[in-house]
Design a protein around this ligand. Structure first.
Ligand code: UFG
Length: 340
């Protein structure tokens, strides 16, 4: 049985990745400092899978304690998800983003080389493409980052490419996520942002549950079919499964770095998402049209052919599943991960 280290394994994406890894037959070791997550998520992963999640309470800013993880377990491959991810916050506090998104990666690369690990999957973002010159967006699309968060993702990708050139045996898969939404269909794990959500789906579910009064749609005068922005929403379970495929790909690929989009290849408008949510959950979501949000692009969706061809990965779930599952999670856990 192979052992996969998942950094940030208690978070929204990490918890779903752990479930998919365990169900695919891997042993999972999680490290997390719970800055934006909770230990309860690890218990929920165990409830879903019936397997133990090995855990070490490690802050990746501390190289020695990260090294301890590699001394404790024989790690076959790493999935690096830990990091900060709020675009707005990265503009007001850029140094925090550079410090906490780059230093842990440097420490991880040091440990990977020192302990002769050869396989790494890294979580990047479609935000690196900036305003698309054309859609769907292939991995070869030029990169143009427009905020410090996006720049940390682009810099991380460059660091990994340089690292690979210096540590030849390592095989790295970089995954650029589009818009992950939804929750595990058990309703046991999902997304619980701290404070008021920045992203559309958690905002919708919090309005649906009555915690927020109204959804603000940021602009309805974009050049799209209903005037609202188009995004490539991808079910979190599909996205998590993309990581399993990424790990498997690092087994068979030649040393090097490969980059893949994870999306559905289909664009959905904000209003289409909202109306699908209302339809499948039989709720009514009050909304108002607000000003455009600075930094938003009108249309973004992925060219997913490379992931399909080379990873053997394809999304399976549609917008209806994403809405149903997000709602089930919110409904069963109105205040998030409160101990049962
Ligand atoms: N939106 C609203 N109201 C809200 C929240 C969002 O109308 O309350 C709109 C946005 O204006 C945008 C769309 O919903 O048009 C999607 O917004 P999200 O914030 O959910 O997602 P983004 O596409 O802005 O960003 C997400 C991640 C980023 C990542 C990016 C990659 O949050 O981290 O996808 O494309 F970089």
């Amino acid at each position: 049985m192979e052992t996969i280290l998942v950094t940030g394994g208690a978070g929204f994406i990490g918890s779903h990745v752990c479930v998919e890894l365990i169900e695919a037959g891997f042993r999972v070791v999680v490290i997390d400092n719970f800055v934006n997550s909770t230990p309860e998520a690890l218990e929920r992963i165990e409830s879903i899978t019936g397997e133990r999640v090995h855990f070490m309470d490690v802050d990746m800013m501390d190289l020695d304690s990260l090294d301890e993880v590699f001394l404790t377990y024989t790690i076959d491959a790493v999935i690096h998800l830990a990091g900060l991810k709020a675009v707005g916050e990265s503009v007001t506090d850029p140094l925090q983003y550079y410090r906490y998104n780059l230093t842990p990666l440097l420490h991880l690369c040091e440990c990977i080389e020192k302990h002769h690990v050869h396989r790494l999957v890294f979580s990047s973002s479609a935000t690196v493409y900036g305003p698309p010159q054309h859609v769907p967006i292939p991995e070869t699309h030029p990169v143009k980052t427009e905020n410090p968060y996006g720049r940390t993702k682009h810099m991380s990708e460059q660091i990994l490419k340089d690292f690979q050139r210096s540590y030849f045996p390592v095989k790295i898969v970089i995954l650029r996520y589009f818009n992950p939404v939804g929750a595990h269909q058990s309703g046991l794990i999902g997304e619980k942002p701290t404070g008021v959500p920045n992203n559309i789906m958690p905002y919708i579910t919090e309005v649906a549950i009555g915690r927020l009064p109204v959804l603000h749609i940021f602009g309805d005068d974009y050049p799209t079919r209903d005037g609202t922005c188009i995004r490539d929403f991808v079910h979190i379970t599909d996205l998590a499964n993309g990581h399993v495929k990424g790990i498997e790909a690092t087994e068979r690929m030649d040393p090097g770095v490969a980059v893949y989009n994870l999306g559905t290849g289909k664009g959905t408008t904000v209003k289409e998402l909202l109306h699908t949510f209302e339809h499948v959950t039989q709720t009514t979501i009050p909304f108002t049209i607000a000003d455009r949000r600075s930094g938003d692009v009108a249309v973004s969706y992925a060219d997913v052919r490379a992931a399909e061809r080379e990873l053997g990965w394809k999304s399976t779930k549609g917008i209806e599943d994403m809405c149903k599952d997000a709602w089930r999670w919110q409904h069963l856990n109105p205040t998030g991960y409160v101990k049962r």
